[in-house]
Design a protein around this ligand. Structure first.
Ligand code: ACM
Length: 262
């Protein structure tokens, strides 16, 4: 299976331009599965909730319509973030969409910082879907700081985690994606954005360094801190099903849940 990330710097408040970039990347990546950043149609740093509302879209909506057309041509599947509007409620969502149309939508469970002002946290749990017989999981950005999220995907047999992100804390997600991959023996595709957004005097700088990680923690592809990049890597998802660390240690079966306070 060919997996890829598309690291770029979405233009704040320009959904048409951003969704065109996503469509172009989906055509160019030649991947089975392409991961794009969190909130990649809108940008991230909303000055207020009215701004978030005006940039939010329904699913289906204009972004999914354009990308469905592209996915039909390329035969690829994309996981990308957008602000989702359902009635009066806004979610920080990731949509999975392939040649057959919309596969599923994941609403971010763990909201970060001021996202909590604009968005409602997802209440449907973490998303798992199948692609070519492979189990794929979806987490969005700050979900990475909760090891229970990745572990819960692993316990359900997930082999590849897609992680659309807008990371701002230095190295956090680059480190945790390796650790979560290693401790759960899963592939991990972290797609982070780069660039800076400002609201008056306040600035947010996004850290880039998207990466594709092997179940043993090895980095298979890695982007720079700044700049657009599509990286496509061939992986064997079967490598994520072997959970023995030594002949006597199985990552999931050796757990001692009776001692864990969840
Ligand atoms: C984040 O969840 N965007 C850090």
């Amino acid at each position: 299976m060919k997996v890829a990330y598309f690291q770029f710097s979405p233009r704040f408040g320009k959904p048409e331009a951003n969704r065109a970039r996503l469509a172009e990347a989906l055509e160019r990546s030649r991947a089975d599965l392409l991961v794009a950043p969190e909130l990649s149609t809108s940008g991230y740093f909303f000055p207020d909730s009215e701004s978030a509302r005006s940039l939010a879209e329904t699913v289906p909506g204009p972004s999914t319509e354009l990308l469905e057309e592209t996915a039909r041509k390329t035969g690829s599947t994309i996981v990308f973030g957008l602000p989702e509007r359902e009635g009066d409620t806004l979610y920080n969502s990731a949509v999975v969409l392939g040649p057959q149309g919309i596969v599923a939508t994941y609403r971010k469970v763990h909201l970060f910082n001021e996202e909590t002002i604009h968005f409602t946290p997802g209440n449907d749990g973490f998303l798992i879907f199948q692609l070519q017989g492979v189990k794929i999981g979806v987490l969005v950005c700050f979900d990475h700081m909760f090891p229970e999220a990745a572990r819960s995907l692993a316990l359900q047999g997930v082999q590849v985690v897609c992680h659309p992100s807008n990371l701002v804390l230095p190295e956090y997600g680059q480190l945790t994606s390796r650790v979560r991959a290693l401790e759960n023996r899963m592939f991990w595709v972290l797609c982070n954005r780069w660039g800076e957004e400002r609201v008056e005097e306040r600035r947010l700088r996004f850290t880039g360094v998207s990466q594709i990680v092997h179940p043993k923690g090895e980095i298979l592809a890695r982007a720079e801190a700044e700049g657009d990049q599509i990286a496509t890597t061939e992986i064997d998802p079967e490598e994520a099903t072997e959970k023995f660390v030594t002949p006597f240690n199985h990552l999931l079966e050796d757990r001692r849940p009776e001692f864990y306070r969840l």
